[in-house]
Every structure is written in structure tokens, then in C-alpha cells.
Design a protein around this ligand. Structure first.
Ligand SMILES: *Cc1c(COP(=O)(O)O)cnc(C)c1O
Length: 465
């Protein structure tokens, strides 16, 4: 049934894909013309699919291209790729040990390993379908702990439960509150300091305000690596408040969790061991392919209490359910094997290899910062804390708008297929958000990127005169 030779052509196509320049960005209407989207009544042979595959690859964004800086993920992990193939070929679901025996034990081993990096001695945890959903599950667990009756009777009659996140936290917490019936308005945003970190005295003031209104504070988030600035909230101080006020303390390390792997940079996560739960995306800083994300919970048993439902006898056969059946303790039913690719990557790199990767990213980020600092027309708009660099090109003529120029430079770099770099709004400015997390990027690539950016900016400036 399975013949390796059927797939070699695809592997060669991928080799070409990775060697090619960045793809051309097309508008949806243009792209629609290039792809044959209509699905046939009568199918075709595997051989014929190579043309479709080739066409698909021509328009796929090359997220492992050395000048792809657009998201909080990118690059290519070879062992992880082998893991993806393994996952796909051995197609199974993580819900029962019976159908995913090795994967279940591998997942548990990774939860223990990653938990040990956080400082949790015996964590419970699971792979989830991403940081957003890990955050959602953390809110669900904290809600269940604060108001166990809600699982059966809902929130009726209970005081509103209030969650606190920094003003620069990820939007997934508001979404979680919407979905779980807490209500988006029950997510209170704590002001941040001028560098983007939560001000803990403001957190305390908001908690007091919630009490005064007869509401029940129950949950506080510290972000490890904010989405725009890459800032880390002060976890030790937040933990002290959470302890005193009996709040669940969750760390959203979707982006920044990876710094735990480096002895030189893990100080950014100081206090992480004081959290009740941590989300950590291995598909971001660690460079595994999407999706690869873990939720770690310090206290055992709560995940199962929160997530088990009635009417599951058909799957988790009563009496003989295996205590290691992961499906009992998650919001998912069928779930992909995402642990195996991380396990292979970890076997390949080892703790030392991860540390070297993270350290290299920090060196590259420091190098990018030095280029910005040394250039008279480039300006960092907020201090660099980790791997995010928020900067602007400052036009020579003051009447030209730096915000507008950011967007035009970005579009031109994309159009010329030189680089893909994102932008963000920060304190009223439109800034480039350069993210260093692509293992294909070298210091020369950064030099090329900045040279091209400045040259493009100068051309646009001249055109405007
Ligand atoms: C990326 C990110 C998320 C969302 O994670 P996904 O894996 O994309 O769902 C949540 N929080 C922060 C801080 C992030 O950077």
C-alpha cells in the first residue's frame, strides 16, 4: 500500500521550494486565476498532482526564508519535519493510550521535561492546539477552581469573576472570557509602564476596585514575551499579589517561554515557578512547525476535574479507562500527535542545542539593535528586552510621515521579495516589528535587510519630493 518511491518527487519539489527566492505576493483575485480551484468529478493520478503541488509552492510564503521576520515563528527544523511525517503517516488521536501508546508516554515525558524548566516538580499538562487555546484552557481551569458549581449549573447567581491581564497581553484572554461565558468586560486591563511591562501597583488598585464592586477577582496573567515588544511582566511581584489575593496566576509564555532553555536568558522568566499554569509554544521560539504548544499546570488533578464530561463512556470505557488517557483532561476529543516532532527535535538538539539556538537569537537581536543604533535614520522606539525590535525609519524631511513611510517601505520590500517584516501600532506610531526567531537567518542577512530597508526608504523619500 505504501511505496516510498511515490513520495520522492514531492521531496524534490520541496528541495526546490526551499532553494527558491521568496514568493510573489498576489491579491486574492489574481491568485485565484493562477490556482485551479475547481474540484473535479473524476479524479487524477498521484503523478498528476505534482503540477498542482508545484503551483501551490509557487505562491506559498517561504517562512523559512532567511529574511522572513514577519511572525513570532519561522525557520525550519529538520528533525521536527521528520516528526511531522511520522505523525501524519501513523495517523492517530491522542485521546486514549490504546490508540496512541508511545505518543502518550512521549507527550508525558515532554510535559515533565518542560515543567522542570519552568520549575514545576510534578506538573500536569497537555499539548494543545496552540497558545490561544492553551490560554483558554487555563482560564477554564481557574474558573472551575474558583467556582466549581459552574460546571453543572453555570454562573447564575455568582458574583462576576474578574481576570486581570496587562494592557499589552494577547487577545486570547478576552476571547476566552467571551467563549466561557465570563464576559469580555470581566477581563480588566492593567496599565503598563513606558517599556510595556505590567505595573503591579495598578494591578493591586484594580483588584481593590473589583472587591469594592462586589466582584470576585480570580485570575491574573503575566506575559512572557509580549506580542509587539517582547517584554516580560514582573512575575515574582505578580505572584506575591496572586498569593495574597487567592488568584490563579497564569503565565502566557506562548512567545517567550523558550528563554527558559538558556542559562543566560532565563532570568527573564524569574518567578515562573510561582505560577499555577504556563503556556509555552514550541512552534514559536523553538522553531517547530505549527502547531506545537503545551499547557503546564502545577497542581495535579485539576485538568481532569475541569474537562471531564458525562456521556464519554463510548470512548473512555468505564471501568477500564487507562489513567494515562490524555483525552479525559482536555477540551479536545480527537487531537493530533504534536509531541513526536518536538521529541525528535529534542533528541537531535539536546538541551545544549536548544540553549545554543536561543543564545544565537539573542546575539542576532543585539546585532540588529546595534545596526539600528548606529544608523542616523533608524530609531528604536522602545527598548529591546528579548527578540522583538520595534523601530522606525526617520524621514529627512520633517513633513514626511514616519508612520506612513513604515507601511510603504514594508510593502516595497514585500513587493520586491526582499524581506517580509511586520508592523505594529505602538503608542500612536506605526513601527516595524522585526522578530528574530528564524534559524536560517545569519548576521549577513540582517545587514542585507537593513541596507535594503534604508535604500528603499531613500528611494521613496526622493519620489515624494
Ligand atoms: C502567539 C501568541 C499567542 C497565541 O498563540 P497561538 O499558538 O498562535 O495560538 C498567545 N499569547 C502570546 C503572547 C503570543 O505571542
Amino acid at each position: 500500500m505504501f511505496k516510498a518511491s511515490d513520495y520522492l518527487g514531492l521531496l524534490h519539489q520541496l528541495e526546490q521550494f526551499f532553494a527558491d527566492a521568496q514568493s510573489e505576493p498576489l491579491e486574492p483575485a489574481e491568485l485565484e486565476q493562477q490556482l485551479s480551484l475547481e474540484l473535479p468529478a473524476v479524479g487524477t493520478s498521484l503523478e498528476h498532482l505534482h503540477a498542482e503541488i508545484s503551483n501551490y509552492l509557487s505562491y506559498a510564503v517561504k517562512t523559512a526564508h532567511p529574511t522572513y521576520f514577519n511572525q513570532l515563528w519561522g525557520g525550519f527544523n529538520a528533525a521536527g519535519f521528520m516528526g511531522e511525517i511520522l505523525t501524519s503517516a501513523t495517523n492517530t488521536s491522542m485521546y486514549t493510550y490504546e490508540v496512541a501508546p508511545a505518543a502518550t508516554l512521549i507527550e508525558n515525558a515532554l510535559i515533565a521535561k518542560m515543567g522542570s524548566f519552568v520549575g514545576f516538580s510534578e506538573p500536569e499538562g497537555q499539548f494543545t492546539t496552540g497558545g490561544s487555546n492553551g490560554n483558554l484552557m487555563a482560564v477554564a481551569i481557574a474558573t472551575h477552581k474558583a467556582l466549581p458549581s459552574a460546571k453543572q449549573i453555570g454562573m447564575l447567581g455568582a458574583p462576576p469573576l474578574i481576570a486581570f491581564v496587562s494592557a499589552e497581553a494577547h487577545y486570547s484572554f478576552v476571547k476566552a472570557a467571551q467563549l466561557l461565558g465570563l464576559g469580555a468586560r470581566q477581563v480588566w486591563k492593567v496599565p503598563v509602564d513606558e517599556n510595556g511591562a505590567m505595573i503591579v501597583t495598578e494591578l493591586e488598585a484594580l483588584i481593590a476596585k473589583a472587591h469594592a464592586q462586589g466582584a470576585q477577582p480570580f485570575f491574573v496573567v503575566g506575559t512572557a514575551g509580549t506580542t509587539v515588544r517582547g517584554v516580560f511582566d514582573p512575575f515574582t511581584e505578580i505572584a506575591a499579589v496572586a498569593q495574597r489575593e487567592n488568584l490563579w496566576f497564569h503565565i502566557d509564555g506562548s512567545w517567550g517561554g523558550g528563554v527558559l532553555l538558556s542559562a543566560s536568558h532565563r532570568h527573564l522568566m524569574a518567578g515562573a515557578e510561582l505560577a499555577d499554569s504556563v503556556v509555552w509554544d514550541a512552534h514559536k521560539m523553538m522553531g517547530l512547525s505549527l502547531v506545537c504548544s503545551v499547557l503546564l499546570v502545577k497542581h495535579r488533578g485539576l485538568m481532569q476535574d475541569t474537562f471531564t464530561a458525562s456521556d464519554t463512556e463510548y470512548l473512555f470505557h468505564a471501568g477500564d479507562e487507562d489513567p494515562v488517557d490524555l483525552g479525559l483532561s482536555t477540551m479536545h476529543c480527537g487531537r493530533r500527535v504534536d509531541a513526536v516532532k518536538l521529541w525528535l527535535a529534542w533528541k537531535h538538539l539536546g538541551d545544549r542545542g536548544w540553549e545554543a539556538l536561543i543564545d544565537r537569537y539573542f546575539e542576532l537581536a543585539a546585532y540588529a539593535e546595534s545596526i539600528i543604533d548606529a544608523h542616523p535614520s533608524l530609531r528604536l522606539v522602545t527598548p529591546r528586552v528579548s527578540l522583538n525590535l520595534c523601530f522606525q525609519y526617520i524621514p529627512k524631511e520633517p513633513q514626511q510621515c514616519a508612520n506612513d513611510l513604515t507601511l510603504r517601505i514594508r510593502a516595497a520590500l514585500l513587493e520586491q521579495r526582499i524581506a517580509m517584516v511586520n508592523y505594529a501600532e505602538l503608542d500612536g506610531s506605526t513601527v516595524f516589528r522585526l522578530v528574530i526567531c528564524n534559524n536560517q537567518t545569519s548576521s549577513e542577512d540582517l545587514e542585507t535587510f537593513f541596507e535594503a530597508l534604508v535604500a528603499t526608504a531613500q528611494t521613496l523619500e526622493q519620489e515624494a519630493v
